[in-house]
Design a binder for this molecule. Sequence first.
Ligand SMILES: [Zn+2]
Length: 265
Amino acid sequence: MSTQIYRLIDTHAHLDEVEDLDQAIEEAKQVGLVAVIAVGQDYESNSKIMEFSEKYKDFVYPALGLHPWSLGNMDAAKVELTLQFIVDNIEKAVGIGEIGLDYDKRVVAAADKERQKEAFKAVLELARRYDKPVSVHARYSWKDSFDLVKESGVKRAVFHWYTGFSSVLREIIAERYFISATPATEYHDEHRRAVRETPLENLLLETDCPVTYGREIKYQSRPSDVIRTLRAVAQLRGMAEETIANKTTENALRFFGLTGKVKRA
Ligand SMILES: [Zn+2]
């Protein structure tokens, strides 16, 4: 196993759900991470993420979101409050996310497709207006999610943990949007195919922590597990870890407008 330390960025982490966050941040720094993009999903998590970005200044960067999973528990007033919070904190946010559409039937039962689309369009409009990149959740909704992002006029978008059709992936790449790889690159067939078919120019690394990964041996992820993502991508692509690390970190810095702000290794 390599002992080389690479400059890495976890571009999609739910830090409000990570246990022992102080320690998780310390571990992340020790293994070479230079930044973590903390994504929010509702008013409460967005508020926490803003606090973390102050507490772990110049390491944790906030992306403020409105997740389709959260919509089921929100009335119209709560949606408004969440959108207003995003606007009020937009100067400090490096992105808007996690946002998107989820067509899993349990999610649709809680918030139907029209309601999801309405909320997604509202946050995309904020991203366009304030020129922020978006982190998109697109489970079973790959084509609709892509179409709405493209129609919104948003210039920078990452389809996080992409597992969708190759045809939509080609459209994502043609628009110079991104996909991000998670530790599921080790074993998940659809995700592996997408990671293989995406040029390095369009690829970011992430963990989506604290998601539980693994087939035989399961583990709850932390930001430091972006190293597992790196190793899996390198192995899958038959390329040096260093090449993948350098390129995807450079991509992430440009994508989130952090070039020059994040410390050198
Ligand atoms: Zn997520």
